[in-house]
Design a protein around this ligand. Sequence first.
Ligand code: ATP
Ligand code: MG
Length: 623
Amino acid sequence: MPDIIHLLPDNLANQIAAGEVIQRPASAVKELLENAVDAGATEIRLFIQEAGKSLIQVVDNGSGMSETDARIAFERHATSKIRNIDDLFHIRTMGFRGEALASIAAVAQVELKTRRAEDETGTFIAIENSRVTRQEPVAAPTGTSIAMKNLFFNVPARRNFLKSNTAEMRHIVDEFIRVALAYPSVFFSLNGNGQELMHLDKGSLKQRIVQILGNSHASKLVSVQENTDYLNIYGFVGKPETAKKTRGDQYLFVNNRFIRSAYLNHAVMNAYREMIPAESFPLYVMFIDLDPSQVDVNVHPTKQEIKFEDEKIVYAFVQAAVKHSLAQFSITPTLDFDLDPSIQRLDAVSKPVSEEKKAAVASSSLYQTFTQKNQAHFIEPTNKSELRHWKDFYEAPAAGATGQPVGPSGSAATQPSAASGEQQPAPPVKIQPIENAPLQQLLNTYIVTPTNRSFILVHQQAAHERILYERYAAAAAGKTIPSQKSLFPVTLTLSAPDAIMLSELLPDLLLLGYTIEPFGKDSFIVQGTPADTGQGEERSVLENLLEQYKHFTSEIRFSKREKLIRTMARQQAVRPGNVLGEKEMRTLVDELFACQQPNITPGGDPTYIEFKKDYVEKLFGRY
Ligand SMILES: Nc1ncnc2c1ncn2[C@@H]1O[C@H](COP(=O)(O)OP(=O)(O)OP(=O)(O)O)[C@@H](O)[C@H]1O
Ligand SMILES: [Mg+2]
C-alpha cells in the first residue's frame, strides 16, 4: 500500500490558515490598518467598494518596504516585528505573527505598491492564489498601498457566507473606529463606494471620540486617569445619564489593542452601580497600558482576547479608576472603595478627595451639568417595575378567580413579555368599548371607558404605540404613507457613523413618509415628512429616531425594517402627561380597537387593563 500522507501545497495551507485570520472583509480591514499603524504612518486612508467584497484598500504614509521585504511579506510567518519567543512578551506593535498578509494573499487578488523614503523607486507586486503574478519597479509616494480585490474569489463557500453589504459595512466601520480611537494622533479617512464617509483629523483622544460619536458627547465625558507603577489607565467614561439600553459605545484597549473582556467590562459596570438603571450601559473609551510581559496577546487568532498575568488586580484598578472619576463629579461622597487592600493603598484610591477639591469641583461647570437636578444617583423606576406593582395589586386578592381584572388577552398583562410579544394569543371573547360612551382621561395618562363586559384603563402611550406600529407596518408592506412636502427643507448634518446608518435607512423611511436626500458629506436634506409630523420638528424627530434606532433593545431578532418601525412607533407615541381632548381620546380608543392586536404593544406590554365587574364587586366584599 502506498504512503498516504502528503504535504499540502502552500496556497492551500495558506487558505486554510486564512480562515482563522480573515473571516470577513472587516477582519482584512483590521489587519491592513494595523499594519499601517505599525509602519509608523501618520495618515491612513481606507477605501472600500461593495462593503469590501470587491475592494479593500489601505494607503499609508508609513515606512514602506524594500523590494525584498515587499516580496517576502506575503510569506507565512514573515514578520519584521519579532525574532524570538522572548520578543513575544515585549510586543509594542499590533502585529507579530507574520500571518496577515499571507492570509490575505491566499483569499484575494492583491496589489501592493510600496516605497521607502530612502529608495528612489518603489515596488509593485501583484499576487493571486498566494503566487506572485507580476513584480516591477514603480514610481510611488513614500509609504504603502495594499489593495485586495474580490475577497474570497477562490473560496466560493466563504464568499456565499458573507452577509449583506449593510451588515458587512457595519463590521468594517466598527473595526475602523476601534483602530482610529486607539490612534488619535494619526489622520484616518474612510471612503465607501467613492464617497468620503469619515474624515478624522489628528487631535486629542477627546476630540477623536467626539469626531466619531458625535458632538453631543463633548459635554458628557468624564476623564479617567490613574497612573501607578503597575499600570496606567486613561480615557473617558460617560456621565451616568449617557447610559443606553444597549451596549454600543464601550471600548476597552490594552496597550492600544482593542479587546473584548466581559470580566473588565464588569469592573466598569460595577463602578457605575447604583448610578444607572439596571440593564443599561454607560459609554466608555478606556486604555490600559501595562508591561507587555503582563499580558499574553497570543491566545486568539484575531488578538481580540488576551490573558492577563494577574487579572484580579487589573479588575480592581479599572473599577477604582472609574469610581474615582465618577466620584469627583458626584454630589454624594459616599461612594465606597471596598476593594482589595492592595488597591486601597494606592494614592489615587486612598487619598480622600479633600474639602477644597470638592468645593472646587462643585463650582466647576462640568460638575454643574453632571449633577443637574441632583440626579447623578437617582435611579428612575422603569415602566416594568411599575407594571409589577399592578401585578401585585390585582393578582393577590383573586388569583385564578373568574372576574378578576385581567390584562388584555388573559395573562398578557400579568406576564408582559417582550420576547413573546407578537405571539400572544388573541383575547378569547372579543372586548369592545361601548360606542360613544363617555371617555375620561385620568392622571393625564390613562383613558377610562366602559366596554361590553367591563371597564378598561387604556394607557395612552402604549395604545398609541400599537396603533402607530400597525400603521407603519402596513406602510412598509406597501401602503406607503404619503409625504408632505416641507415648506422649508431642513438640512441635517450627522456624525459619520450616523450618516452611514441614515443612508441605509432611506428607502424604508421613504415608505414611511420621509423624503430625505443625501446632500454632500454626512449631510441630508429633508424634503418631506409624514403628514402627522409637525413642520419645524424634522430635525429633532430624525435625530431622536436615529438615536433610538441605534440603541434599540432587541436588535438581533429583528430585520432592519422591523427595528425601524418599532423605533418609530415608540418614538412618536403620545407621552404620559399629555392632556388629550375628547376627540383625541375617541380616535385613540377607536383606532386601538381597530388594530389587529389591540391588547399589547409591539414589545409585549399591555395597552390596557380590564376590570371585570365580578372582581370589582369582590373588592367591595360583595361576593
Ligand atoms: N503597511 C505596511 N508598511 C510597511 N511594512 C508593512 C506594511 N504591511 C506589512 N508590512 C511588513 O510586512 C510584514 C508582514 O505583515 P503581516 O501583517 O503579514 O504580519 P505582521 O504584521 O508582522 O504580523 P500579524 O500577522 O500579526 O499581523 C510586517 O511584519 C511588516 O514588516
Ligand atoms: Mg500585520
